[in-house]
Write a protein that binds this ligand. Structure first.
Ligand code: PEP
Ligand code: MG
Length: 325
């Protein structure tokens, strides 16, 4: 692993038939930014901003957030940072919000549901992000979206905050791209409508798998059921990517599946545009991309979509090689 193409780490990842893929890093702490560069990531494809909101007695101020976000933008410039708004709730509590106990936190008030209930917290984060992106393009990603109305509300909120900052004479991002996580089955099934109102999708296969298969991602008893290679997941990914592409929207994947070498031909073949994963997984992923052709990956994905079980999908993928039949 150590010798694995240290010299090619910083090179782009292109298939043999010439399709290049940005491979970015998922990070959840500013200290990890060193790994972003070391492992050859093209920027940050998922910044889990909840790190700033957890394990403390008070919410972070606008200024504290702005400084941290700005430093990250500058550290990876000109590559982008995809800022995901805080995904608090579920298994990630924040003491200062005194959130009620929930029987099913993963089906409860988490992600954007919590942000929309605690608007001052979300507005402050949006102000900090828009200011941090001053003079640049800014990418904002919303977690746990399950309806069209939520996206409309979020878009309105971003525009309101932009307007407020302009009136206050604050410098702000020049262009803002808004994206949503596709991690709730409803969002995947509604992808054609949602693609009208966002700039990009990011596939959150960790949560998508738990919600599609009704298998808690933290429960050891259901670990074997929560298999992202399940054909039901593959079909939802296909549907989502096709709906996005019909509207010329980009699809990224930031769930763990992105870093599974076995899944790579499937993801490329289904039409993914960008990948984001734990920094350590990046060099191997880039090497794997360089071995495939997009056309071969498309054949693999088409075959896999006809299979009936996760086990069949896995064993089929084990038989596939970039140049074999
Ligand atoms: C996901 O759900 O796939 C994802 C990337 O988000 P998180 O793991 O932070 O829930
Ligand atoms: Mg998630």
């Amino acid at each position: 692993q150590a010798s694995l193409a240290v010299e090619t780490r910083q090179q782009p990842a292109c298939t043999r038939d010439g399709r290049c893929y940005p491979v970015r890093a998922n990070i959840q702490a500013p200290e990890e930014v060193a790994a972003v560069q070391a492992f050859g990531a093209e920027g940050i494809g998922l910044l889990r901003t909840e790190f700033l909101f957890l394990d403390r007695q008070q919410a972070p101020s606008e200024e504290e957030q702005r400084e941290i976000y700005r430093a990250l933008i500058e550290a990876v410039h000109p590559a982008p940072v995809v800022f995901r708004t805080f995904d608090i709730g579920g298994d990630k509590p924040a003491p200062y919000l005194s959130l009620p106990r929930e029987t099913n936190p993963f089906l409860g008030v988490r992600g954007i549901r919590l942000g929309l209930k605690h608007l001052p917290l979300l507005r402050t984060q949006l102000r900090a992000l828009l200011r941090a992106g001053a003079g640049q393009e800014l990418r904002i990603l919303f977690p746990m979206v399950s309806s069209y109305e939520e996206v409309e509300t979020l878009r309105r909120l971003v525009h309101e905050v932009e307007e407020e900052l302009r009136q206050q004479g604050q410098a702000l991002a020049e262009r803002v791209e808004l994206g949503i996580m596709i991690e709730v089955p409803a969002a995947a099934l509604l992808a054609d409508a949602l693609a009208e109102v966002v700039d990009f999708f990011s596939l959150g296969t960790n949560d998508l798998t738990q919600y599609v298969l009704a298998a808690d991602r933290t429960n050891e008893g259901t670990a074997s059921l929560a298999d992202p290679f399940h054909p039901a997941i593959l079909r939802l990914l296909q549907l989502t990517i096709e709906a996005a592409h019909r509207r010329q929207r980009r699809v990224e994947i930031c769930g763990e599946l992105a870093s599974e070498p076995l899944a790579l031909p499937l993801l490329l073949g289904l039409g993914i545009d960008e990948l984001s994963m734990a920094p350590r997984a990046i060099p191997r992923c880039k090497q794997a991309i360089r071995r495939w052709t997009l056309s071969k990956a498309q054949q693999v994905a088409q075959q896999a979509l006809h299979l009936r079980t996760a086990a069949e999908v896995r064993s089929y993928l084990h038989t596939c090689s970039p140049d074999g039949s």
